[in-house]
Ligand binder design. Structure first.
Ligand code: BDR
Ligand code: CA
Length: 349
């Protein structure tokens, strides 16, 4: 069993990460914190609560609102990709006014912030070393994780690993050089890369292979179907959950087609973080040194990956070492089977 804390900015693909974290049997989700990113911190907090309710999370799982802005830079959001409010076009999600959704949020957000939520959950599982470690998963800008490492360095020994979706190896998506999550808060990302703990990076090079093609979309709607022909209609949804997911995927597909020219479907980047925690054997990767460009005229937010060990990095996970496993490929069919299995489990709750 792996204990997971998810820090996210829902976000269409963050929503898929939440679903996986709740419905993969070998993962126990301890809590969810939210951060500025795809939309405002206020929106991401509410969206996370709406997703938890929609995906039948146990009532004990709450949302802890986190940083409203990056460490040094102004916040930037991404309505072009995620629409108004961060989950544009998604039909069938519960409203934040619903009592069960409100119950996921702190009555006073000042009292239950992300950093303290993480600390309390980690202490609860670690039990002063007699219990288990926790995996910190990040699917948004890493401001909260960076702050956690600065405020609670004593708890880093209780963190097994940090897994993050972000960066690219020679590939950007929100500038010529930078991926969105890293670009939003490059300083926070560098702080996290310097933490002397195992880290795993899921870059764009890998997430761009997790494309929800028409075949996978049809299986989301109805298990067993496999519509590939664009002239053939997708099957009718087998449940309200599947209908909702279909609207999510369709909106995301349209955005990726319009902005990046992805014609086969959208990449559900963030779901790969949880898939990695549950089934790391679906991925291949290498341990390398990674830094973030913080000052370049054209390249701020780029993840600079030392592919050839030019730096002769040492064996530590911190600032002088091979600080990161950089994933390089994915068993795509294996990943989508896991995704479909999680949907089927969620459907049964
Ligand atoms: C990342 O940025 C956001 O659009 C997604 O939620 C994902 O975390 C991809 O670059
Ligand atoms: Ca995200």
């Amino acid at each position: 069993m792996r204990y997971v804390w998810l820090d996210c900015d829902p976000g269409h693909d963050d929503a898929t990460a939440i679903l996986l974290a709740l419905h993969i049997p070998n993962i126990t989700l301890l809590g969810v914190s939210t951060v500025h990113g795809n939309t405002s911190a206020d929106d991401t907090m509410k969206n996370a609560a709406r997703c938890l309710h929609a995906f039948a999370a146990p009532n004990s799982i709450k949302v802890y609102p986190g940083a409203t802005q990056p460490l040094l830079r102004p916040a930037r959001f991404d309505p072009e990709i995620h629409g108004v409010g961060g989950l544009g076009g998604v039909e069938g999600l519960p409203s934040v006014e619903l009592e069960e959704v409100r119950a996921r949020l702190p009555s006073d957000p000042a009292t239950a912030r992300a950093v303290e939520g993480m600390a309390t959950a980690i202490r609860g599982v670690w039990k002063d070393g007699t219990g288990s470690k926790v995996v910190l998963v990040s699917s948004g800008p890493m401001t909260n994780i960076a702050l956690f490492s600065c405020v609670h360095p004593e708890l880093l020994e209780a963190v097994e690993e940090i897994v993050f979706m972000g960066g690219g190896v020679g590939l950007g998506n929100r500038s010529s050089a930078a991926e969105f999550n890293i670009l939003c808060d490059p300083e926070a990302a560098q702080i996290v890369l310097n933490i002397p703990l195992k880290k795993t990076m899921i870059p764009l090079n890998v997430t761009h292979t997790a494309i929800v093609t028409r075949k996978w979309h049809s299986k989301v709607l109805r298990p067993g179907s496999a519509v590939t022909d664009p002239a053939q209609p997708l099957p009718a949804p087998q449940s309200a959950l599947r209908r909702m997911l279909s609207t999510l995927l369709s909106f995301f597909a349209d955005a990726y087609k319009a902005v990046f020219g992805f014609v086969d479907g959208p990449p559900i980047h963030d779901a790969l973080t949880i898939a990695y925690v549950a089934r790391s054997e679906l991925f291949a990767g290498r341990r390398l040194h990674v830094d973030v460009e913080l000052t370049g005229a054209h390249t701020v937010g780029e993840t600079v990956v030392d592919l050839w060990d030019y730096l002769k990095a040492d064996d530590t996970w911190g600032r002088t070492g091979k600080n990161c496993i950089v994933t390089e490929s994915l068993n795509v069919d294996g990943f989508f089977e896991l995704f479909l299995d999680a949907i089927a489990r969620c459907d049964k709750v």
